[in-house]
Structure formats: C-alpha cells, structure tokens
Design a protein around this ligand. Structure first.
Ligand code: OGA
Ligand code: MN
Length: 284
C-alpha cells in the first residue's frame, strides 16, 4: 500500500513541503518513486515535523543515491555500516573550545556541495535540530530557471565553456578565493544538463567557481560577475526559515544554496548527510 502524501509549494521558484509521512518508518516503493520524482522536478523537498535519528536520516538519504562516507573509513577495510559514518554536523557550537561542526559559522556565500570534486554530491540532506531565533536561513537558488532566463546570445556564449572550481570555504570574499594552490579543485562544464529531467542549468557559484577556463583572468571575472549576479536574483531564490524537525533535501545539480547570518551567541545545529551518484568512484 502506498501512503498518501500531502504536498504544498515552498515558493514560486522551487521546493515543496511534503507532509503525511513519518520518516522513522521505512518508505514503501510507490512512495519512494513519488519522492524521487518530486525531488527531480522541484529541486528542494522539506519534510516538516520529523523526529528522526541519524540512522533514519541515513536511510532516507539512501532513497536518493549512495550515501557518502559509508566506505570512506581509512581503518583498513572496515566497511561495516554504522549510523554515524558519513554524518556531518553543521553547527556553531563549540565543545571544549573546538567546533563540533565542519562548516564555517555565520553567513555563507552561494555554492553547490561537492563542486570541488569531479563527481559532486548529487544531493544534500539537512535536519534542523537547534535553530536561532532569527537569521540562519538557507537560501536556495534555482539554476535551471536562471539558465532559462538568459538571453539567447548569453546562452550561446557560455555553451561550451568550462570552469575550475575550488573548495575554499574559509574565503570571505572572491578576492581571496583559491589563494592556496593545494586546495582541492575540479573542472566542470558551465552549463549542465540534468540527467533526470533533461533541463539545463548554470553550474557556477560565487564561493566555488574560481575561474572560467580558456578566458584570461579579467575576462573570466567579468563574465562570472554578471552570471553570479544573475543566478542570485531574488526571483530565482527561496529563503528557507528553519523550524526544528525540518528535514530538507536539495539537488546540487540544479540549485545553489547560501546561508544568512545569525546571532553568534545563539546556537544553530543541523545534521547532514550527502548522497552521490552510485556510479561515481568512491571518495573521488
Ligand atoms: C551545507 C550548507 C547551509 C546552512 O550543509 O552544505 O551549506 O544553512 N548549509 O547551514
Ligand atoms: Mn553547502
């Protein structure tokens, strides 16, 4: 039997809220298909009021691909499944003076998770546990809508361009991005086609796209500045205000995300699992 889920748009530009499903339980096959379809079409799904453990979140993530981290253990051949393997906390909380989370605090520029890898994460799941009273929203930008809205001339200009991406989350502005030549980098098409929907999207972000290859530095920065501003226009962006119990999954192939600032004296804690294309090499 397939349960009946209740869906409602999160915004005009992307996203749906999905209710009527308790993700502590296994999801039946009919509902799995429905969720995968909603995910590909709407780019961001939010499941409010969930009370899930890490193991539940991991099982949910696995509906959308291969959960990352499962095989990344360096401890010789230890492939045992564990609920906490692959989990990452996103938090400004410190324990014994050390951050318990892996990302920087406060505001974050637009980016796409894993863009510095040759095989970026297909999707990211984030579960809200502690949320500040104000700020700390996650902004989602629809890169398919942004692509569609480009002029025919711009579409033609960028069609075959490639970019170099870099992981430099510590960078506060573009001036300092990629100063360290040892940071992980990858090469990507600037325009990508979604493997499920066939829709084209821009694949670029202010935080992770270092340059357009085959253009000189100045030309690259000038074109990127135009495209970043375009891709971040409010008409393509949904701002998600978190409530504890929200489980959100987003498609890194069709969206960028960013975070708004929040008061540093308040705690923010979310639990994250990413998923990859099962055909991607492990730990690329
Ligand atoms: C992430 C991320 C944004 C946020 O988990 O990859 O960018 O709002 N999080 O915490
Ligand atoms: Mn991110």
């Amino acid at each position: 039997m397939t349960i009946t889920i209740d869906i409602e748009p999160l915004s005009d530009v992307l996203g749906v809220a999905v209710r009527g499903i308790d993700l502590r339980q296994e999801v039946d096959e009919g509902t799995q298909d429905e969720l995968q379809d909603l995910f590909a079409r709407h780019c961001v799904l939010c499941f409010p009021d969930q009370k899930i453990s890490a193991a539940d979140q991991r099982r949910f993530a696995a509906l959308f691909g291969r959960v990352d981290g499962a095989y990344r253990s360096k401890s010789s051949g230890d492939l045992k499944e564990s609920a906490t393997r692959g989990v990452m906390l996103v938090s400004n909380i410190r324990k014994d003076g050390k951050p318990i989370g892996s990302l920087p605090d406060g505001e974050m520029m637009f980016h796409s998770d894993g863009a510095h890898r040759q095989y970026p994460y297909r999707a990211t799941t984030l579960f809200g546990i502690r949320i500040p009273s104000t700020g700390g929203n996650t902004l989602f930008a629809n890169l398919q809508a942004a692509y569609d809205a480009l002029s025919p001339e711009m579409k033609e200009r960028i069609e075959n361009l490639e970019t170099q991406t870099v992981y430099d989350y510590a960078a506060q502005d573009r001036g300092t991005i990629g100063e360290d030549s040892t940071l992980p980098r990858a090469r990507h098409a600037l325009v990508k086609t979604h493997p499920v929907t066939g829709r084209k999207s821009l694949y670029l972000s202010r935080l992770m796209t270092e340059k357009i290859l085959d253009l000189d530095r100045e030309e690259s920065e000038a074109l990127l500045a135009v495209l970043f501003d375009h891709a971040e226009k409010p008409e393509f962006v949904y701002s998600h205000k978190w409530t504890p119990g929200d489980l959100v999954i987003w498609d890194n192939r069709s969206t960028n995300h960013a975070r708004t600032d929040f008061p540093e004296e308040e705690q923010r804690l979310l639990r994250r699992y990413t998923v990859s294309d099962p055909a991607a090499p492990l730990g690329n």
